[in-house]
Every structure is written in structure tokens, then in C-alpha cells.
Write a protein that binds this ligand. Structure first.
Ligand SMILES: Cc1cc2nc3c(=O)[nH]c(=O)nc-3n(C[C@H](O)[C@H](O)[C@H](O)COP(=O)(O)O)c2cc1C
Length: 175
């Protein structure tokens, strides 16, 4: 975890569906108030990525060339994992359910990073628009938490990845 890095650029290779199944299975073993499992992940590959891009374009009212720009955005990685919070419970506050879904996304990023894949969590102002919801076929009780863009780690990013360490004293205190 000390050396984890996001990779905004990834190559065209990607983990198989079977690899994603085991990553999601492990990532889902996290603390979860009332064991609701209030999340799901949508695996998006190949031409299905254009549905996401078209959702972005529609949300902005773009057509033609401008729509193509959005399609390219959704093609920045061979595999996109859309992270969805499925907010089913009235007893457990919504924010707690979103915290669980967010934890799953972080776990997935960590597991993929550890396995040598490049990962980048993206959101943006269009994430929770109607058109983007529709493109992902979300239910009324669901919200997107963004997308993990996943692919091969470029050669350059394979070198030891120096990063500034957390200044623990700024984030850890006692009462
Ligand atoms: C919920 C969430 C949404 C994010 N959305 C974006 C985004 O839309 N665009 C972006 O450049 N970085 C975004 N980031 C940040 C990157 O994923 C990444 O963490 C950041 O570039 C720092 O790199 P590092 O993880 O290697 O420290 C987001 C991170 C999180 C947790």
C-alpha cells in the first residue's frame, strides 16, 4: 500500500473476466453495516465502452465530432469498472452505504495494483447525470461512484514509484 500509485495512462491489455471475479470477491469482504452489500460493479469492455461515452455526450448535449471526443474518453482503458452504490436500506444511513461501496472500489484498486495492473479512479461533473445513469441502466435507488479505468501498466510506470509519504502527525491524533 505504501507504493500504490494510480496510472492515468494504461496499455491495451487487461485482466480477464475470471481475474475480475476473484478481485471483486476479495474486495467485497469488508466491514459492512448490517451486511447489506450495498454495491455492485459493472464490467465494461470493448464497444460497450461507447455506451458510457455516449452517455457523457448526451449529458452535455453533444453530437457528431464532440460526441466522438466523449467516446474517446471512455476508451482510455481497455476495461472500465463502474462502481455503483445500491442504496437499499432505510435503517442504515445512506452515507454509510456509500462508504461501503467506496471501500470496495479502493479494495479493487489496491488488489489490481498489487497484481501489477494500472488503475485510475475517475469521476467528473457528469457522473450523476440522468443520461449517464441511463447508459449504465441504474435502478432508482442506485448511484454511481465513478469508474476504475484498468489496463496494462506502461513500461515507464513499472519503475520504482516514489511518492510523498503521508505526514502521519497531520492525520493521526489522540483525544
Ligand atoms: C472518488 C475519486 C474520484 C476521482 N476522480 C478523478 C477524476 O475525475 N480525475 C482525476 O484526474 N483524478 C481523479 N481522482 C484521483 C485519481 O484517481 C488519483 O488518485 C490521483 O491522480 C492521485 O494519484 P495517486 O493515487 O497515484 O496518488 C479521483 C479519486 C477518487 C478517490
Amino acid at each position: 500500500m505504501l507504493v500504490r500509485r494510480s496510472s492515468s495512462k494504461v496499455t491495451d491489455v487487461s485482466p480477464t473476466h475470471a481475474e475480475i471475479v476473484s478481485v471483486v470477491e476479495a474486495a467485497g469482504q469488508l466491514a459492512d453495516h448490517s451486511g447489506l452489500r450495498p454495491w455492485r460493479v459493472i464490467e465494461i469492455r470493448g464497444d460497450a465502452r461507447d455506451r458510457v461515452g455516449d452517455g457523457f455526450a448526451k449529458a452535455e448535449g453533444k453530437k457528431g465530432k464532440d460526441a466522438e471526443k466523449h467516446r474517446q474518453k471512455a476508451r482510455r482503458a481497455p476495461l472500465i469498472l463502474a462502481i455503483v452504490a445500491s442504496l437499499g436500506s432505510k435503517k442504515v444511513p445512506r452515507w454509510e452505504q456509500e462508504a461501503v461501496a467506496s471501500g470496495v472500489a479502493h479494495n479493487i484498486s489496491l488488489l489490481l495494483d498489487e497484481a501489477g495492473w494500472g488503475v485510475f479512479w475517475r469521476t467528473g461533473s457528469l457522473t450523476r447525470t440522468k443520461a449517464v445513469r441511463k447508459a449504465h441502466r441504474l435502478e432508482a435507488n442506485e448511484e454511481l461512484l465513478g469508474w476504475l479505468y484498468v489496463g496494462g501498466l506502461p513500461e515507464r510506470a513499472r519503475k520504482p514509484r516514489a511518492r510523498s509519504r503521508v505526514k502521519v502527525e497531520q492525520h493521526l491524533s489522540s483525544l
